[in-house]
Design a protein around this ligand. Structure first.
Ligand code: SF4
Length: 314
């Protein structure tokens, strides 16, 4: 899968001072599973090194101004941003990771200044803003926010689910969609129960509709659902629900330990991987294929170890 990413996070020396901001998680972990498509609208427009720039509010418009000369560089940066936008578009990426706080790449973290030099809140950088308009359903995060284990886990699950749907839709038929929805059940419920039910209604389609229309409708709601953040409450419900499928196989001690683990997870005493591993063990032992096929049990490569972190839930 391809992920678009601010070039400086890849260690490319494209910053205004010819430096970089190599990101450890991106380079040492995520790089094993994704091909990166780099972008740097500032380097493309002005080269490196270059004078730094800032975002300035002019009435309701935001413009890009050189910190050194005061020159208005909005049009030049807009042009190079369009160029990188095209690159992102043609590469069919399944996510974007931006460098935080940059007037070009920041995602709601770019400082906005008034003409008089005072700071006035934060907004999206110019390129990030174009990406949000162009790809409203594409997973997007900043490297700064990805330091938070909960946001990281949610983003990675979203990216892998988005990628899985993109591959699925290439050759999907209606019966495949029924199965796809079935396998996604617990993952979707851990995100948004209402949207999960809405997706069930779309798959169950009782109106005379073309499959391509059903698939587009499903895609929109599916991608919206996976953009939602999980919570301890929602995940706990899913774990209890999975446990419900196993209750006829387990004796009272096994049930007691399993429910203790789910409680300990909900009380943030142990990470979610503990009850999940127990559920997976019983599902395997008793060959409950309905559970073993659930994306929720293996939403991304286990080596990322995101569910082993107690802080990956909120
Ligand atoms: S933050 Fe964006 S514009 Fe700035 S150096 Fe990194 S990639 Fe280039």
């Amino acid at each position: 899968m391809k992920i678009a990413i601010s070039a400086c996070l890849l260690g490319e020396k494209v910053r205004f001072d010819k430096g970089h901001k190599r990101d450890e998680f991106v380079m040492d972990e995520l790089s094993k599973y994704a091909e990166f498509i780099s972008f740097c609208p500032e380097h493309f427009a002005f080269g490196s090194p270059r004078p730094s720039i800032k975002m300035v509010k002019d009435n309701e418009n935001l413009k890009i101004i050189s910190n050194k000369t005061g020159e208005d560089l909005t049009d030049t940066l807009l042009q190079s941003s369009q160029n990188d936008l095209e690159k992102v578009k043609t590469n069919n990426v399944v996510g974007i990771i931006f460098k935080s706080k940059s007037p070009t790449c920041g995602l709601i973290s770019s400082k906005v200044y008034l003409e008089n030099g005072f700071a006035e809140g934060k907004d999206d950088g110019m390129f990030a803003s174009l990406c949000k308009k162009e790809f409203p359903l594409l997973p997007m995060e900043e490297e700064g926010r990805l330091q938070d284990s909960w946001l990281r886990e949610n983003f990675i699950m979203q990216v892998f689910a988005y990628d899985s749907f993109e591959r699925f839709k290439q050759s999907a038929k209606i019966k495949d969609l029924v199965l796809y929805h079935q396998h996604s059940k617990f993952m979707l419920q851990s995100k948004d129960e209402t949207l999960y039910r809405e997706l069930g209604r779309i798959v169950g389609n009782h109106e005379p509709k073309e499959f391509s229309d059903i698939l587009s409708e499903y895609e929109y709601v599916f991608k919206t659902a996976i953009s939602k953040k999980s919570s301890i409450g929602k995940t706990r419900n899913v774990l209890e629900h999975i446990a419900g499928f196993l209750k006829t196989f387990l004796d009272s001690d096994e049930k007691k330990i399993l429910h203790e683990q789910i409680d300990d997870y909900a009380n943030k005493i142990i990470p979610v991987i503990v009850p999940l591993s127990t559920l997976k063990l019983y599902a395997t032992k008793y060959n409950v294929s309905y559970l073993l096929e659930q994306t929720f049990l293996n939403p991304y490569p286990k080596e990322l170890a995101l569910r082993s972190d107690i802080k990956s839930v909120k």
